[in-house]
Design a protein around this ligand. Structure first.
Ligand code: UD1
Length: 419
């Protein structure tokens, strides 16, 4: 069954919105729970997303029992796990590779099938794999399958990632938790979700220091124990609603968040002229009748998050002057610009720089090209004349819980239609 969203230009959005647990925190935490051999982990504030269901399928496939009710998840981890992650799950969600570190460190081996047969050392996994090798693992590629193995335990070491990959930092942190001796990871990612993973592992008995800085030190332990843990708030969902308030000239209070984690976004919103009030666990965002152009460059935290790029692009279409948005993390993350241009955006792209001027948008039939572009197109639909139809909603469902319902409550003229 295919579904689509119909959104109409409407009133400014007004009201309060509650933010869910973070997709990018819960996925690595679910993978890390595999370390608690013969024990169980209880997670709270788990968002009901298709990516979470995919990770639950990965864990079940490996032998864990996953029970999910409302926002709680119980994971029971057996003494012995399977060590192969099926191709269909890996190709569905790249974050499935986060189980590699856990399998390698507790079972001594892990294998993942790379769709299309990825050569070892090629971009997507090189930082993860070189890290596993530094910890003493042997990496082999045969018939498109990456096999990582180690005789005995992984051994603590010092490893510089070279580039602060979020996934590699997480995979290596998980692997080093049960390694022998001390591991020092240098040049790591500093995203808030890395701190959440470290806090979760420490709650199970790990000894990890420095998460949130660019050096993480991990003192290996022999075993971990059960724990109960509440997932961090989703800064990208929060940021998306902040842009929704700004773009419609509305007034929204975004609740249940860590305002500090949104600083790279709030500073850009302030620069363009959005009014904000920051509380302890909420931010009030008030839209203005006109905004100023700004230059934005995505980068690893604490720079501007690439996951907010598509949503921000829609807002830059409301700014007086010429804005630029430079994407430095993903080479292919401007696919939605074609869709926005179809709506009249007139954005030009020069290599990894998008050049944006103020434009009036027209409602059109558009297709989401990835998770955040789906949100960006809905935001564009809120200000486009007439009606916008957005297709390919499976992208949206990977990362937003009831996006349409939440926007309706804020006063948007939007509906989701099954056909
Ligand atoms: C995570 C987030 C994703 C976010 C991204 C960047 C999760 C589940 N996903 O993805 O939402 O957009 O961080 O903030 O948390 N790279 C290599 N070699 C590697 C690993 C990565 O070259 O071994 C490259 C990637 O191709 C990409 C860049 O580094 O161009 C960033 O990737 P990374 O930080 O690893 O992102 P993910 O962990 O995949």
């Amino acid at each position: 069954m295919s579904e689509y969203i119909i959104v109409q230009k409407g009133n400014p959005l007004v009201g309060e919105v509650q933010i869910e647990g973070a997709k990018n925190a819960v996925l690595p935490i679910m993978a890390a729970s595999l370390l608690a051999k013969g024990s169980s982990v209880s997670l709270e504030r788990v968002p009901l997303l298709t990516d979470v269901q995919t990770m639950a399928a990965v864990l079940s496939n490996l032998g864990a029992r996953v029970m999910h009710s409302e926002n709680n998840m119980e994971i029971m981890i057996p003494e012995k796990l399977q060590t192969q992650t099926p191709e269909h799950l890996i190709s569905k969600m790249r974050a499935s590779i986060l189980v590699m570190g856990a399998l390698l460190t507790r079972e001594g081996k892990a294998s993942v099938v790379m769709p299309g047969g990825c050569a070892i050392g090629s971009r997507p996994l090189d930082i993860h794999l070189r890290g596993f090798e530094a910890l003493g693992a042997k990496i082999q590629l045969s018939h498109g399958v990456i096999e990582a193995s180690v005789v005995g335990r992984l051994k603590g070491t010092t490893y510089n990632l070279g580039f602060p990959s979020v996934g590699a930092t997480e995979n290596l942190m998980i692997a080093a938790t049960l390694a022998e001796g001390v591991t020092v990871l240098q040049g790591v990612a500093r995203e808030p979700e890395i701190i959440d993973l470290a806090n979760f592992l420490n709650a199970m008995g790990a000894k990890i220091h420095g998460a949130g800085t660019d050096i993480i030190e991990i003192h290996g332990v022999d075993t971990l124990h059960e724990c109960q843990y509440e997932i961090l708030s989703d800064r990208i969902e929060a940021g998306t609603f902040m842009v929704a308030a700004a773009i419609t000239g509305g007034d929204i209070i975004i609740k249940n968040i860590v305002p500090d984690h949104l600083q790279p976004l709030t500073s850009k919103l302030q620069q363009i002229g959005v009014e904000m009030t920051v509380g302890t666990d909420w931010i009030g965002v008030k839209g203005m009748p006109s905004y100023r152009a700004v230059d934005i460059k995505t980068g690893p935290h604490p720079h501007f998050p690439t996951d907010m790029q598509s949503q921000m692009l829609a807002l830059l279409l409301c700014c007086e002057g010429v804005s630029t948005l430079t994407e430095t993390i993903f080479e292919n993350r401007f696919m939605h610009i074609e869709q926005l241009n179809h709506m009249g955006a007139q954005i030009t792209v020069d290599a990894n720089i998008a050049i944006i001027t103020k434009q009036r948008l027209h409602g059109m039939r558009v297709k989401a090209t990835d998770l955040r572009s789906a949100a960006g197109l809905v935001l564009a639909g809120l200000i486009a004349d007439g009606e916008t139809k957005i297709e390919q909603l499976h992208h949206l469902d990977r990362g937003y819980v009831d996006f349409v319902g939440k926007l309706q409550k804020l006063g948007a003229t939007i509906s989701r239609i099954e056909r």
